[in-house]
Write a protein that binds this ligand. Sequence first.
Ligand code: CMP
Length: 143
Amino acid sequence: MKTLLLIKPWAVQRGLIGEILSRFERRGLKIAGLKILNINREQAEKLYSIHKDKDFYDDLIGYITSSPIVAVVLDTDVLEPDAAITLVRKIIGLTDPAKAEMGTIRGDFGLRIDRNVVHASDSTDAANREIPLFFREDEFITY
Ligand code: CMP
């Protein structure tokens, strides 16, 4: 399967793209798709539709659309789908940077829960829903 990782505005602004990508590469996961882009409001609303009723929703949309992000599709075919989701979540750490363990991306680089440095799909269903927001099927590379 494939899963989506987003390197969010604060991480791009701080020059952390390479550092974050290398965490996944070093672990052995392949990058099947990669692009830097300005996410538009429609994409952001679809990405975060499950948070529509949360009090932080408007801020969440404002943040993700504030400056460029990097969208990454990780090829996790070497693992069972659930194991792949678990591994990626483990590499990024808990949502709240204050609770994320050191050694995880959020634990090492995160500062504020509302200005997270990365997003990753939290289930296979989420991955299948989120990836097409950023990539066409013919954009994936296998190697
Ligand atoms: P992300 O993994 O992109 O998906 C949902 C986002 O909501 C999450 O990153 C956080 O940045 C944000 N979020 C979650 N909980 C809160 C909160 N309590 N306050 C502000 N933002 C939050």
